[in-house]
Design a protein around this ligand. Structure first.
Ligand code: ADP
Length: 190
Protein backbone atom coordinates (compact mmCIF):
# COMPACT_ATOMS: atom_id res chain seq x y z
CA UNK A 1 0.00 0.00 0.00
CA UNK A 2 1.17 3.49 -0.85
CA UNK A 3 0.41 6.38 1.48
CA UNK A 4 0.75 9.76 -0.18
CA UNK A 5 0.22 13.06 1.57
CA UNK A 6 -1.07 15.94 -0.52
CA UNK A 7 0.23 19.04 1.19
CA UNK A 8 -0.11 22.77 0.62
CA UNK A 9 -1.77 25.94 1.87
CA UNK A 10 -5.54 26.41 1.62
CA UNK A 11 -6.49 27.15 -1.96
CA UNK A 12 -3.37 25.55 -3.46
CA UNK A 13 -5.51 23.28 -5.60
CA UNK A 14 -5.25 20.07 -3.59
CA UNK A 15 -8.86 19.01 -4.18
CA UNK A 16 -8.63 19.70 -7.91
CA UNK A 17 -5.41 17.76 -8.37
CA UNK A 18 -6.49 14.91 -6.08
CA UNK A 19 -9.09 13.79 -8.62
CA UNK A 20 -6.45 13.21 -11.31
CA UNK A 21 -4.04 11.57 -8.87
CA UNK A 22 -6.50 9.01 -7.49
CA UNK A 23 -7.54 8.00 -10.99
CA UNK A 24 -4.03 7.55 -12.38
CA UNK A 25 -2.59 5.69 -9.39
CA UNK A 26 -5.74 3.85 -8.17
CA UNK A 27 -5.81 5.57 -4.80
CA UNK A 28 -8.55 6.27 -2.31
CA UNK A 29 -8.91 10.00 -1.72
CA UNK A 30 -9.35 10.95 1.93
CA UNK A 31 -10.07 14.64 2.42
CA UNK A 32 -10.51 15.47 6.11
CA UNK A 33 -12.15 18.76 5.12
CA UNK A 34 -14.72 16.91 2.98
CA UNK A 35 -15.32 14.32 5.73
CA UNK A 36 -15.91 17.11 8.23
CA UNK A 37 -18.29 18.93 5.87
CA UNK A 38 -20.22 15.66 5.52
CA UNK A 39 -20.57 15.42 9.31
CA UNK A 40 -21.77 19.03 9.42
CA UNK A 41 -24.35 18.41 6.70
CA UNK A 42 -25.59 15.31 8.54
CA UNK A 43 -25.89 17.32 11.76
CA UNK A 44 -23.94 14.81 13.87
CA UNK A 45 -22.52 15.70 17.29
CA UNK A 46 -19.04 15.78 15.74
CA UNK A 47 -20.32 17.99 12.93
CA UNK A 48 -21.89 20.47 15.32
CA UNK A 49 -18.61 20.82 17.24
CA UNK A 50 -16.50 21.05 14.07
CA UNK A 51 -18.71 23.69 12.45
CA UNK A 52 -17.94 26.45 14.95
CA UNK A 53 -14.19 25.91 14.63
CA UNK A 54 -14.13 25.59 10.84
CA UNK A 55 -16.19 28.73 10.39
CA UNK A 56 -13.63 30.66 12.41
CA UNK A 57 -10.77 29.36 10.28
CA UNK A 58 -9.42 27.24 13.16
CA UNK A 59 -8.50 23.57 13.12
CA UNK A 60 -10.64 20.88 14.74
CA UNK A 61 -8.98 18.83 17.51
CA UNK A 62 -6.28 16.37 16.42
CA UNK A 63 -8.08 13.34 17.96
CA UNK A 64 -11.17 13.99 15.85
CA UNK A 65 -9.39 13.86 12.49
CA UNK A 66 -7.07 11.06 13.60
CA UNK A 67 -10.12 8.92 14.41
CA UNK A 68 -11.66 9.67 11.02
CA UNK A 69 -8.46 8.69 9.19
CA UNK A 70 -8.05 5.44 11.06
CA UNK A 71 -11.63 4.57 10.29
CA UNK A 72 -11.15 5.21 6.55
CA UNK A 73 -8.00 3.04 6.45
CA UNK A 74 -10.00 0.18 7.99
CA UNK A 75 -13.03 0.39 5.74
CA UNK A 76 -11.61 1.03 2.25
CA UNK A 77 -10.37 -1.89 0.14
CA UNK A 78 -9.50 -2.56 -3.50
CA UNK A 79 -7.03 0.29 -3.97
CA UNK A 80 -3.25 0.53 -4.36
CA UNK A 81 -3.00 3.22 -1.75
CA UNK A 82 -4.39 6.33 -0.12
CA UNK A 83 -4.12 10.00 -0.92
CA UNK A 84 -4.37 12.06 2.23
CA UNK A 85 -5.63 15.55 1.48
CA UNK A 86 -5.68 18.00 4.39
CA UNK A 87 -4.14 15.51 6.81
CA UNK A 88 -1.80 15.70 8.66
CA UNK A 89 -2.10 19.40 9.41
CA UNK A 90 -0.21 19.56 12.72
CA UNK A 91 2.93 17.89 14.09
CA UNK A 92 0.93 15.73 16.54
CA UNK A 93 -1.20 14.53 13.60
CA UNK A 94 1.94 13.62 11.63
CA UNK A 95 3.18 11.69 14.63
CA UNK A 96 -0.15 9.91 15.03
CA UNK A 97 -0.15 9.00 11.34
CA UNK A 98 3.32 7.47 11.65
CA UNK A 99 2.10 5.40 14.58
CA UNK A 100 -1.11 4.26 12.88
CA UNK A 101 0.85 3.14 9.81
CA UNK A 102 3.65 1.54 11.84
CA UNK A 103 1.08 -0.64 13.63
CA UNK A 104 0.32 -2.12 10.20
CA UNK A 105 4.00 -2.42 9.23
CA UNK A 106 3.66 0.52 6.87
CA UNK A 107 4.91 4.09 6.46
CA UNK A 108 4.27 7.31 4.56
CA UNK A 109 5.42 6.85 0.95
CA UNK A 110 5.85 10.50 0.00
CA UNK A 111 4.55 14.00 0.52
CA UNK A 112 3.58 16.00 -2.55
CA UNK A 113 3.44 19.66 -1.68
CA UNK A 114 1.74 22.20 -3.94
CA UNK A 115 3.12 25.64 -3.17
CA UNK A 116 1.54 29.01 -3.91
CA UNK A 117 2.24 32.44 -2.38
CA UNK A 118 -0.13 33.96 0.21
CA UNK A 119 -1.47 36.61 -2.22
CA UNK A 120 -2.65 33.85 -4.51
CA UNK A 121 -4.37 31.96 -1.67
CA UNK A 122 -6.78 34.83 -1.10
CA UNK A 123 -7.47 35.28 -4.82
CA UNK A 124 -8.15 31.57 -5.45
CA UNK A 125 -10.35 31.07 -2.41
CA UNK A 126 -12.46 34.07 -3.30
CA UNK A 127 -12.95 32.57 -6.77
CA UNK A 128 -13.95 29.24 -5.26
CA UNK A 129 -16.36 30.93 -2.84
CA UNK A 130 -18.47 32.12 -5.74
CA UNK A 131 -18.78 28.58 -7.10
CA UNK A 132 -18.94 26.37 -4.02
CA UNK A 133 -20.37 28.59 -1.29
CA UNK A 134 -18.27 27.11 1.52
CA UNK A 135 -18.87 28.89 4.84
CA UNK A 136 -15.13 29.06 5.57
CA UNK A 137 -14.50 30.80 2.23
CA UNK A 138 -17.04 33.51 2.96
CA UNK A 139 -15.00 36.38 4.39
CA UNK A 140 -11.47 37.79 4.16
CA UNK A 141 -11.14 37.56 7.94
CA UNK A 142 -11.79 33.82 7.95
CA UNK A 143 -9.46 33.23 4.99
CA UNK A 144 -6.73 35.29 6.69
CA UNK A 145 -7.12 33.23 9.83
CA UNK A 146 -6.74 30.04 7.80
CA UNK A 147 -3.54 31.42 6.27
CA UNK A 148 -2.18 32.23 9.74
CA UNK A 149 -3.24 28.80 11.02
CA UNK A 150 -1.45 27.23 8.05
CA UNK A 151 1.80 29.10 8.73
CA UNK A 152 1.74 28.43 12.47
CA UNK A 153 0.47 24.88 12.71
CA UNK A 154 0.90 23.20 9.35
CA UNK A 155 4.07 24.66 7.84
CA UNK A 156 6.33 22.96 10.44
CA UNK A 157 5.44 19.71 8.69
CA UNK A 158 7.68 20.74 5.79
CA UNK A 159 10.71 20.30 8.01
CA UNK A 160 9.29 17.12 9.53
CA UNK A 161 8.92 15.40 6.16
CA UNK A 162 12.10 16.94 4.71
CA UNK A 163 14.10 15.38 7.54
CA UNK A 164 12.47 12.05 6.78
CA UNK A 165 13.46 12.44 3.10
CA UNK A 166 9.80 12.39 2.12
CA UNK A 167 9.12 15.97 1.06
CA UNK A 168 8.58 16.80 -2.62
CA UNK A 169 7.58 20.34 -3.49
CA UNK A 170 6.07 21.43 -6.76
CA UNK A 171 5.20 24.89 -8.04
CA UNK A 172 1.42 25.41 -7.86
CA UNK A 173 1.43 28.38 -10.22
CA UNK A 174 0.28 27.56 -13.73
CA UNK A 175 -2.67 25.89 -15.41
CA UNK A 176 -4.40 22.90 -13.80
CA UNK A 177 -2.83 20.62 -16.44
CA UNK A 178 0.67 22.04 -15.95
CA UNK A 179 0.49 21.53 -12.19
CA UNK A 180 -0.95 18.03 -12.68
CA UNK A 181 1.96 17.03 -14.95
CA UNK A 182 4.48 18.29 -12.39
CA UNK A 183 2.75 16.16 -9.74
CA UNK A 184 2.73 13.08 -11.97
CA UNK A 185 6.44 13.39 -12.68
CA UNK A 186 7.10 13.28 -8.92
CA UNK A 187 4.67 10.42 -8.25
CA UNK A 188 6.03 8.30 -11.08
CA UNK A 189 9.16 7.86 -8.99
CA UNK A 190 7.38 5.84 -6.28
P1 ADP B 1 -8.55 24.01 2.72
O1 ADP B 1 -7.46 23.09 2.23
O2 ADP B 1 -9.08 24.88 1.64
O3 ADP B 1 -8.14 24.79 3.94
P2 ADP B 1 -10.11 21.76 3.78
O4 ADP B 1 -11.35 21.35 3.10
O5 ADP B 1 -8.94 20.85 3.70
O6 ADP B 1 -9.80 23.19 3.18
O7 ADP B 1 -10.40 22.04 5.34
C1 ADP B 1 -11.42 22.89 5.78
C2 ADP B 1 -11.35 23.04 7.30
O8 ADP B 1 -11.58 21.77 7.94
C3 ADP B 1 -10.01 23.51 7.87
O9 ADP B 1 -9.85 24.90 7.83
C4 ADP B 1 -10.09 22.97 9.31
O10 ADP B 1 -10.91 23.75 10.12
C5 ADP B 1 -10.80 21.62 9.12
N1 ADP B 1 -9.80 20.55 8.94
C6 ADP B 1 -9.58 19.85 7.79
N2 ADP B 1 -8.58 18.96 7.96
C7 ADP B 1 -8.15 19.11 9.24
C8 ADP B 1 -7.14 18.50 10.03
N3 ADP B 1 -6.33 17.55 9.53
N4 ADP B 1 -6.99 18.90 11.32
C9 ADP B 1 -7.78 19.82 11.85
N5 ADP B 1 -8.74 20.46 11.16
C10 ADP B 1 -8.94 20.11 9.87
Amino acid sequence: MKYYILFGPPGAGKGTQATAMVEKYNLNHISTGALLRKEIAAGTELGIQAKTLIEKGCLVPDEVVEGMIENEFKTVTGVDGFLLDGFPRTLPQADALDQILARNGSEVTATVSIMIPDEMIMERIKGRALKEGRADDASEDIINNRIVTYHNQTEPLIEYYSKAGKYNEIDGIGTIDEVRDRIFSVMDKF
